[in-house]
Design a protein around this ligand. Structure first.
Ligand code: AMP
Length: 220
């Protein structure tokens, strides 16, 4: 099974959650640029780390050139021979064009760009109640997908945390940035004829089933 996928949708659409499930089922690696940058910020206390931290805390976008470089490196790793699920990338038309030319240079092309449609008020409610395991990255929601015990990760038993940029004011700003910068990316893939829309409010299992249908995955 091989697929080159881009997941689009507002912050809080569930892209990371769906991508993790699909990775578990198909073995296609989930690549989140947000996770990569959070990792850089955690590990690198230099100028670059500080600059990225500042940008993320404001809900702004990291400069295209830097994001593209990080993605190029990650897509060159061995596990990407099975394809990839890009979550949170591309977020600008310049990034989408970069991805296209990078894939073209390897005689590859995207299988689909999947857009998860979710209205703004649902996104804000979801993100402000989102919690994450700081150890394994598993995503919970205190309303719709709570952990079994208190605020502890079911697997690691460590206390869940809230992302700094999941505060309401920042969430609303991130949504605004999404409409401004990422909406044109949706149109870009629409014009290429590879855009697939999935209603992001039908529940995790149903959404995952829809995506598996799109890529032609079957359990048998
Ligand atoms: P995410 O986890 O996808 O919501 O990303 C968190 C933050 O990381 C974003 O608000 C941006 O500041 C930064 N980021 C992640 N991916 C990108 C990207 N493709 N382009 C620019 N900034 C990004």
């Amino acid at each position: 099974m091989m697929a080159y996928l881009v997941f689009l949708g507002p912050p809080g659409a569930g892209k990371g959650t769906y991508a993790k499930r699909i990775q578990e089922k198909t073995g296609i690696p989930h690549i989140s640029t947000g996770d990569i940058f959070r990792d850089i910020v955690k590990k690198e206390n230099d100028e670059l780390g500080k600059k990225i931290k500042e940008i993320m805390e404001k809900g702004e976008l990291v400069p295209d050139e830097l994001v593209n470089e990080v993605v190029k490196r990650r897509l060159s790793e061995k596990d990407c021979e099975k394809g990839f699920i890009l979550d949170g990338y591309p977020r600008t038309v310049a990034q989408a064009e970069f991805l296209d030319s990078f894939l073209e240079s390897q005689n590859k092309h995207l299988t689909a760009a999947v857009l998860f449609d979710v209205p703004e008020d649902v996104v804000v409610q979801r993100l402000t109640s989102r919690r994450i395991c700081p150890k394994c990255g598993r995503i919970y929601n205190m309303i719709s997908l709570p952990p079994k015990e208190d605020e502890l990760c079911d697997d690691c038993k460590v206390k869940l945390v809230q992302r700094d940029d999941d505060k309401e004011e920042t969430v609303r700003h991130r949504y605004k940035v999404y409409l401004e910068k990422t909406q044109p990316v949706i149109d870009y893939y629409g014009r290429k004829g590879i855009l697939k829309r999935v209603d992001g409010t039908i529940g995790i299992d149903n959404v995952v089933a829809e995506v598996l249908k799109i890529i032609g995955w079957s359990d048998k």
